[in-house]
Design a protein around this ligand. Structure first.
Ligand code: ADP
Ligand code: MG
Length: 461
């Protein structure tokens, strides 16, 4: 095993337990520069990362190293050293949302600064329709995206796609970009965070006009994760005008978010109504067949076909989202490659045992549900369990009660206690009300809110 293979396998293990953003922040550009007699030197790009790895991730790194190498690790040293270009054979691919878009490069004549793995529009070339598996949960969103890509500005404008983490929103959004890039250059992909930062920067440096020109002169504007625009009033104002200008000229706008327009906290009403004016499509969790098909496809892409029995096992046991599904598949493949063995159900079960038992053992508490709910509705936990009867607090309170009962089967008196010492009949009433809305009335909006909150606590947000 080369150092690089070891490190790749270690990262594969670590990646599964971290959010993508954290993983990228702390493990990008790290590598093993020496491994000798149980002593490992891990190179990191700067002092900041060094400190974090030492303080926060040392244990994880140690246990992953021991797992992968099957030997005792006596010492890990973290050293600041940059990777030489020639040895950079393993790089973490930044998630699409972190990739730079073209704002600066377009206004000058210098060639666009290409980020690793990205094309000139800041789009990941892997995110195309051809490798997007369509199934229950994403059919509508997929069809809408196809329609829009084929008929820019004319079918649905805007197209608003929402759904939980890791379910394919960015993939779909960029697939449209990649498809349209075959016909026009006037494409801009951005995240709402990038849009915000660029806007603030443009204003501060007296380049607001250039900013406006750039965003208002495209055929296709793709805005990922618009929920982060909540609360940023100046940016919303600017975005509102950009939006109007583009829409009036039949220029296509596509937006993604982790929740429906109305549920985005602190967003202006006029923007909500703009978002809802075109087509709103959700992506939900995939069913088991879709998960198997996705795994099959990914395994084929990696040139490592696996038996259906094995794929089905992975699909059944990795519950939350497609990103985790991919992580588990990578772990299975890399481990077998390193050991040079043929995958069998038994070995796969072993490899995924941590992951699977983690999921089952991770015992959720009412407090975590309350926190996730408060976070989702952008209120404080104190207000959520407090005594105010304001509508914007009563609703999250009822949702939290519903979720605690539904997920943990907690008794009503205990739920009442958790929610600031309320009577058990209050808890019961709240549960029945929400349950009714979802199960009897089939209220999709509430169902989606509940699903989004579940994503938050299941992913440990
Ligand atoms: P989101 O933006 O909703 O958080 P992403 O678009 O980043 O999710 O998707 C997470 C990962 O799962 C990506 O690697 C993506 O390619 C993959 N993925 C999601 N949905 C599908 C699908 N239907 N078919 C194939 N791959 C998918
Ligand atoms: Mg995304």
């Amino acid at each position: 095993m080369t150092n690089e293979q070891v490190w790749q396998a270690v990262l594969g293990e670590i990646e599964i337990s971290l959010s993508r953003a954290n993983f990228i922040t702390w493990f990008k550009d790290t590598f093993i520069c020496s491994f000798d007699d149980g002593r490992v030197v891990i190179c990191v790009p700067n002092a900041f990362v060094k400190k974090w790895l030492e303080e926060k991730y040392h244990k994880d790194i140690l246990s992953a190293l021991e797992n992968v190498t099957k030997q005792e690790i006596k010492e890990i040293i973290y050293k600041i050293e940059l990777k030489k270009a020639s040895t950079a054979s393993f790089q973490i691919e930044s998630p699409a949302e972190e990739k730079e878009e073209v704002i600066e490069t377009k206004s000058t004549n210098t060639p666009p600064s290409k980020k690793a793995g990205c094309n000139r529009f800041g789009l990941n070339p892997r995110y195309v329709f051809e490798n997007f598996i369509v199934g229950k949960g994403n059919e509508l969103a997929h069809a809408a995206c196809r329609a829009v890509a084929n008929n820019l500005g004319k079918s649905y404008n805007p197209l608003f796609i929402y759904g939980g983490v890791g379910l394919g929103k960015t993939h779909l959004l960029q697939a449209i970009g990649n498809e349209v890039a075959k016909k026009t250059d006037k494409i801009l992909y951005t995240t709402s965070e990038k849009f915000t930062n660029n806007y603030i920067q443009a204003v501060q440096t007296g380049k607001a006009k250039a900013f406006k020109n750039l965003y208002r002169n495209v055929d296709l504007l793709l805005v990922d994760d618009v929920q982060f625009m909540g609360g940023k009033d100046g940016t919303q104002e600017e975005f509102f005008h950009t939006f109007n200008e583009l829409q009036q000229n039949d220029k296509q706008i596509i937006i993604t978010s982790d929740r429906p327009p109305k549920s985005i906290p602190a967003i202006e009403k006029r923007l909500i109504s703009r978002f809802e004016a075109g087509m709103v499509a959700d992506v939900g969790k995939p069913d088991i067949e879709t998960k198997i098909a996705i795994l099959e496809n990914k395994a084929r892409e990696k040139n490592y076909p696996l038996d259906r029995e094995i794929l089905a096992y992975i699909a059944e046991h990795v519950q939350n989202n497609i990103r985790e599904l991919e992580g588990a598949l990578t772990k299975v493949i890399v481990t077998h490659q390193l050991k040079n063995t043929t995958p069998e159900l038994k070995s796969v079960k072993e490899i995924l045992s941590d992951l699977v038992s983690n999921i089952q053992l991770k015992s959720l508490t009412p407090k975590e549900i309350i926190e996730a709910t408060a976070k989702f509705y952008d209120i404080s936990c104190k207000d959520l369990i407090g005594s105010s009867r304001k509508k914007e607090l009563v609703w999250p309170r009822q949702i939290a009660i519903f979720l605690i009962r539904e997920e943990l089967n907690t008794s009503y008196p205990t739920i009442g206690n958790e929610l600031g010492g309320r009577d058990h009949t209050t808890a019961m009433h709240a549960y029945n009300k929400i349950n009714n809305e979802i199960k009897e009335n089939g209220n999709e909006k509430i169902k989606q809110e509940v699903e989004s909150i579940k994503q938050l606590f299941n992913n440990g947000y």
